[in-house]
Design a protein around this ligand. Structure first.
Ligand code: ADP
Ligand code: MG
Ligand code: ZN
Length: 414
């Protein structure tokens, strides 16, 4: 199942990494639980039921309050080659009938419906004869009178589970307010569901980006200043991994290498040593880290820019799991941006997909070059609003001041 959900993420949606929060929600659903997922707007809630829909097979019903939302989603899914249908009042009778045929024949994976249409006796009895594996209730705060957008049609939805008892249910909302959550839990699940509230912030990890000149030398200095601490250094290529690990070892650091080009046994040995012994510095490509749960990693360094902000977030998240102060440092240079752009241009995929990846690279560059709080910028990308963090390079050392002294120094040296 582990492989299957990642395979679907990549093959159907073109993403390498889950976003913060998605994976836990998906795992809970796949292991048979009902779920309430509270995640900020833009966080990627749709994938939380779309990936399970494809992994589980059968039919997934998605309840959505607005026709425009349904149409957007169906169009996006079809673009990705996923068989999705919507039945609603703005479509012609013929279109709706054609959709229903594809649903009844088992061709369709997802069906988008408005709540009032799902809850008609006719629809429920037709669906009860189909293998419905999942019901996703989007914008689930609409069920709550506490919320700002109460919709009476949502109140009936709890009954859908009685008619379709084999189906799991997930409710999704961006409204994190406690009263609304409790209300949704009671009304949809009778209290019996697992609630995930994804705040993305990891305030104990300090975040910094530095200009990249001689990355290997900078990494050596960085590690030397943190003697005895466990850390992870990400490099973009196997060659750079080997070189950096070798250089660190020569300077007396207990450094190991990890990349996909190594023998499986050597890789496993490196990983085990890193987990078991304190003070090891792991120099690795992105091949390292999935499922690594070591609580006392004190820093994660990116010697080259990561593939995206999603990847960056995942990778720095391996630091400071114990909640104690930890550091994320990225060395950022324009040469890396060129390399990444070339990766995107040269890869063998559809133009639309390339455009998406180019946009994600732009977001990463924006993060590296921002003069606003780094954490705020990162969290905003995942849809979370926050104040300045006080624990990033920009907050601790605002750029105006740096520029001013730099300028003064230049003037003095003339
Ligand atoms: P929400 O419903 O939480 O507001 P959406 O499901 O509409 O968010 O997703 C917002 C955007 O995030 C979409 O463009 C989607 O393609 C993108 N997205 C979702 N998951 C991922 C991921 N794992 N990696 C990259 N992009 C993602
Ligand atoms: Mg949404
Ligand atoms: Zn900050």
């Amino acid at each position: 199942v582990e492989d299957e959900k990642r395979r679907v993420l990549k093959s159907a949606f073109g993403f390498d990494e889950f976003r913060p929060g998605q994976e836990r929600v998906i795992d809970a659903l796949l292991s048979g639980r009902n779920v309430l997922a509270v995640m900020p707007t833009g966080a990627g809630k749709s994938l939380c039921y779309q990936v399970p829909a494809l992994v589980m097979g059968g039919l997934t019903i998605v309840v959505s309050p607005l026709i425009a939302l349904m149409e957007d989603q169906v169009a996006a899914l079809r673009l990705n080659g996923v068989a999705a249908e919507a039945i609603h009042s703005a479509r012609s009778r013929e279109e709706n009938v054609a959709s229903w045929r594809r649903i009844a024949s088992g061709e369709a994976r997802l069906l988008y419906l408005a709540p009032e249409r799902l809850m008609t006796e006719r629809m429920l009895s037709a669906l009860s004869r189909l293998p419905v594996s999942l019901i996703a209730i989007d914008e689930a705060h609409c069920i709550s009178q506490w919320g700002h957008s109460f919709r009476a049609e949502y109140l009936e939805l709890g009954r859908a589970r009685e008619v379709l008892p084999a189906a799991r249910m997930i409710a999704l909302t961006a409204t994190a307010d406690e009263a609304t959550q409790q209300d949704v839990l009671q009304k949809l699940f009778g209290g019996d569901a697992e609630a995930f509230v994804a705040g993305f912030d990891r305030p104990n990890i300090s975040i910094a980006v530095a200009e990249k000149r001689d990355a290997a030398a900078a990494i050596e200095r960085y590690v030397a200043a943190r003697k005895g601490q466990s850390g992870v250094i990400y490099r973009i290529s196997r060659k750079k991994v080997e070189e950096t690990a070798e250089r660190l070892r020569r300077s007396g650091v207990n450094a190991l290498a990890y990349h996909a080009g190594m023998e499986a046994a050597a890789r496993a040995a490196a990983q085990e040593a890193f987990l078991a012994e304190p003070g090891i510095v792991m120099v690795a490509t992105v091949a390292f880290g999935m499922g690594i749960d070591k609580s006392d990693v004190r820093y994660v360094v990116h010697g080259d820019i990561p593939g995206s902000l999603e990847a960056y977030y995942q990778e720095i998240g391996r630091a400071g799991r114990d909640g104690a102060p930890a550091e994320a440092m990225m060395f950022y240079g324009l040469e890396d941006v060129r390399t990444r752009r070339r990766f995107i241009d040269e890869q063998d995929s559809a133009p639309e997909r390339k455009r998406v990846e180019a946009r994600r690279l732009d977001a990463l560059i924006g993060f590296c070059e921002t003069t606003a709080c780094r954490r705020q910028t990162l969290l905003a990308y995942f849809g979370e609003t926050s104040g300045a963090c006080g624990n990033c390079d920009v907050c601790l050392n605002p750029p105006e001041v740096v520029d001013g002294t730099e300028e003064a120094r230049l003037l003095l040296s003339l």
